[in-house]
Design a protein around this ligand. Sequence first.
Ligand SMILES: [Zn+2]
Length: 465
Amino acid sequence: MAKLRWRVTLVAERPSGVTTETELACIERDQQTGLADLGLSLAEAKQVTAALQAEIVPAQMTVLGECPRVCEACGRRLASKGSSAARFRSLFGDVPVRVRRWLVCPCGGKGEAKSVAVLDFGRGAAVAPEFAYVTAQYAALMPFGKAAALLSELLPVSGTQHASTVRNRTLRVGTQVVRAHAAARANEPALSASGPVVVGLDGGYIRHRHRADGRRFEVIAGKVIHADGAQHRVAFTRTGPAATAEAFRAALAAVGVNVDTPATVLCDGDAGLWRLQREVLPGATVVLDWWHAAVRFEHALQAARGLGANTAEASLADTAVRGLERAKWRLWHGRWPGCRRRLAALSRWMQRRPVRDVAGVDKVRQHIAALLGYLERNEAALVHYATRRRGGEPIATSFVESAVDEIISWRMAKAQQMRWSRATVQPFLDVRTTVLNDTLEDAFRRRHPGFRPANENQRLAGAAA
Ligand SMILES: [Zn+2]
């Protein structure tokens, strides 16, 4: 039986009026068709797009090289310095190209003649921005090896994509695209937060690449919630105090928050996190996470309930429990001095006879001492929790803990076998938070004019309708 056959031909129309035709592919099917050979296969789609790309890219490079260039300073035409071979690594394959170079005009008075390429191909190869974008987007959401497999499966990218290639490309996006975007955003006054913001901070650990440097190092993750409800994640490594404060300042600036922005900062009471806040947002309202305090009360209460168990002194447990519950109630209602007096009195009571001889009393006292120390260290961040809660203001850092999970734990500590170093982790954190904040496209748009114009999706949707 005769085969069904479709020839895919590319018709190129040059401005000169010359038209050329190139056959890209031929698709054949038997007349008897099953579901599996209905329509294009992935392999055929890859072949067609790769063949298209292999035609279009060199043609564009040729036209670009033929355009005369003039010196911006004196208007003189630049002399050609020939061309060099390079590769364009794209979503639709690796395309060999010739890159035209121009001699820099001597009018600048520079001694040695330098040349400039018609497009920046770096050291012999350029990655298409959209390829870098797609790679970084998926590498931020799944292990590098999986991202490599996905790209190879769906796209005619040349050769097998390796986890290490995906990783290196993603880190380059972090240093060259995301970092530059964040720095530029920080200088845009229009971006400044218009209303008050809530900043939550928390820490997490990442395994270190080199055991000798200590097995883990710390990453600080946070969330910034704007008055309009918009949320942005931030993440940076904890290094020296000055560098960490600088990283925090830069991360906040990139989401429009600076020293003058009215802010509330919440954390779990880590002294280092408060130091960061004092350094970068000294005017902020500080709030100790309620649940971290409540958990410490709960530990003391559990120990108190067991006081004098199975003995004649079991009623002492009631006294201790009541004392702790009243102290907690005072803390909740913003009465820290009263809470402290209660806890101190309880502690003194447990040092007197006959209570001090009761089984389990040492444990209760230890818990109360730890609780008291914790609250004293965080005295400045104890607020009227009940009032804040009634007013709908945050009293807990749970909204940050989810960010820590998203940014650090899932990807970098638990599931991944990947080991990190300080040099590689920051660019990756930058890519990951940008993807989670849904701003990676903006970052590419700033770096590469013409990259996915902001209204492109509507335009395509309109054309399809
Ligand atoms: Zn010149």
